[in-house]
Design a protein around this ligand. Sequence first.
Ligand code: OSB
Ligand code: MG
Length: 368
Amino acid sequence: MRVRKVILREIHLPLIAPFQTSFGTTTLRRIPLIEADVDGVVGWGECTAGEDPYYSYETVETAWHIIRDFLWPALKGREFSSAAEVSEIFAQVRGHNMAKAGVETAIWDAEAKQKNIPLAKLLGGTREEIGSGVSIGIQPSIEALAAKVEKELAAGYQRIKIKIKPGFDLDPTRILRQRFPRIRLMVDANSAYTPEDAPLLKKLDAFFLIMIEQPLGHDDIYSHAALQRQLETPICLDECIHDYEHARAAIEIGACKIINMKLGRVGGHTEARKIHDLCQSKSIPVWCGGMLESGIGRAHNIAMSTLPNFTLPGDVSASRRYWTEDIIEPEVEVSSRGTIRVPSAPGIGYLPRLERIESLTQRREVLE
Ligand code: OSB
Ligand code: MG
């Protein structure tokens, strides 16, 4: 295989409603899309770098720079036998996993299309449908939050995740648990707490959460181990896990009992699958996180979520929760049982709507 050409586009897509976390609020997504021509077959990837370097150090600008000035030169003219080898070709570049994943996932899509099979199959996936949960951003009031939860449960979603931050944590969680005693409920702090907050976090044990996601420092695996020893509630790591070795270290020292998998954060399908296999062998469940993706990223998330150790509902939800109109055809839909049907068409299995993509494009660069 050889990548003949890459078209980089940045599209702007306004969210239906602002999404607030402990680190900031997003109203408009700037999304780099990667269209890779691999031996004449086109694959699509999405780069999940943020508008600001608040979730991770990567941004849309750094990703564009890394793809154009380092990843493309490494790839250009290079012969390889499968998409599984692309992460090695990129290994000389330290970090910048979201930039890498954007390109790597596009090549996986192209390979699946060359072989005329669904990407889920090529990855080794075994599910025909995946369980879907929602991530609900911080709301102006607990009442507003409860109303959102009510609506998502009525739509069928299997699990509710709320974002917490200091000052918006115990009260909303307590009230939701009182109002919805039996639902699968979890919280995500996006690194907003410190080890000194352990007594407060310990109080969350009273609410029988299925997990607490990334309470402590974004790069502090060690402190999560000390915290996990004090908590009944399982800790799930998100920001801390960038590769296989991070996952191995976190599991070995007891820093988490669950791992949130994000393609962008770990650099693509190959590394995600390695981490998945490790977790499976250690009886650590994984689930697919989200980065407010457009349909392209969402489609890759669905394919990855078909691997057998994705045993918990992920943050992969319907296109309509975020976008008035997605950029793929058909859009991602969720059944009243809170499931997403895995497409059976080749590759990511959804069609990029090229005209719509072009009309949303703010900049474009051809690499060849
Ligand atoms: O921590 O999981 C997170 C969105 C942006 C950055 C980080 C996170 C999130 C979400 C959104 O929780 C999940 C989604 O895309 O639905
Ligand atoms: Mg998270």
